[in-house]
Design a protein around this ligand. Structure first.
Ligand SMILES: Nc1nc2c(ncn2[C@@H]2O[C@H](COP(=O)(O)OP(=O)(O)OP(=O)(O)O)[C@@H](O)[C@H]2O)c(=O)[nH]1
Ligand SMILES: [Mg+2]
Length: 256
């Protein structure tokens, strides 16, 4: 596939990947279809943590660029992928066939309409849908709503589905954010930092399918849920403290 140059490249489709040989090809092909419907010039980047099942070879055969990331973790992989992206916009999504990459056009259209950050929403509130057996009940009814509520309250985020992995954003805007987390809590950090930086959000409906890989996910519910919660609370505390340090004192010696 001829490589588009950086001036014409509109979109980077970025997939974090750890041993997804069973589903990666289908994701890349669906994305290619979405790209052609959207009429965008795009590249594919697979951020890989040394998969041992041939995922990287599949990515290369499908015309993707493979960014090899030594340090393990969803956050490590995505941060390296975002740093290596060359498109004006980046669309990221899991490589386990749980998301429908043919929905590229909806994301591109929201970006073209001026959004900096477009979140997929799998919930009916945002027009989305979760297919039977696509999400464990404790994520559907406890983890995701609970953590989303905390994120919305603490950060005034307009997002309804904090853990949706299908998202698109302005590369420049996101590259200018301070992103440090290494694991699954990166999903929360990305939204929170985008909100704190004043990026314009939009939401588009997406459908979540049961993943196609036939083995357990990398996500570990309690450990990763706790990491999301810890990030949301500690980061809010830190931003309050640094704001208090910066605020000028009033004439009466109190903070104004
Ligand atoms: N490179 C890399 N990719 C990862 C790592 N952990 C997860 N991923 C990828 O990130 C995506 C999401 O991981 P999943 O295990 O499906 O986690 P999840 O979708 O949040 O959880 P489920 O909803 O339970 O499937 C997949 O494409 C994984 O291959 C990692 O340590 N390194
Ligand atoms: Mg998944």
């Amino acid at each position: 596939m001829p490589m588009p140059d950086d001036t014409t490249l509109e979109l980077t489709v970025l997939l974090p990947c750890l041993n997804e040989a069973a589903t990666l090809r289908a994701c890349l092909r669906a994305a290619r279809q979405g790209i052609s419907t959207a009429g965008v010039i795009a590249e594919f980047v697979v951020a890989d943590n040394g998969s041992s099942d041939g995922s990287a070879e599949i990515a290369l055969a499908e015309g993707a660029r493979v960014v090899s990331v030594a340090a393990r973790g969803y956050g490590h992989a995505l941060r390296a992928g975002i740093a290596a992206a060359r498109g004006r916009w980046v669309l990221m999504g899991d490589a386990d066939a749980s998301y429908d990459f043919t929905s590229v056009p909806q994301f591109v259209s929201a970006l073209r309409n001026g959004a900096d950050f477009v979140m997929g929403c799998r919930l009916p509130v945002g027009g989305g849908r979760i297919e039977p057996n696509a999400m464990p009940w404790k994520h559907r009814w406890i983890g995701n709503p609970g953590l989303t509520w905390i994120g919305r309250v603490l950060y005034s985020c307009p997002v309804h589905d904090f853990h949706c992995g299908l998202r698109a954003f302005s590369r420049e805007a996101v590259q200018s954010l301070e992103l440090h987390t290494t694991g699954m809590e990166f999903a929360s950090e990305l939204i929170v930092q985008a909100q704190l930086a004043g990026l314009r959000f939009a939401e588009v409906p997406v459908v979540l399918h049961p993943d196609g890989r036939g083995r357990p996910p990398h996500l570990r519910s309690w450990r990763d849920g706790f990491r999301h919660l810890r990030f949301l609370l500690i980061h809010r505390l830190r931003t309050f403290q640094s704001r208090r340090r910066q605020e000028p004192y009033s004439r009466h010696g109190r903070r104004s």
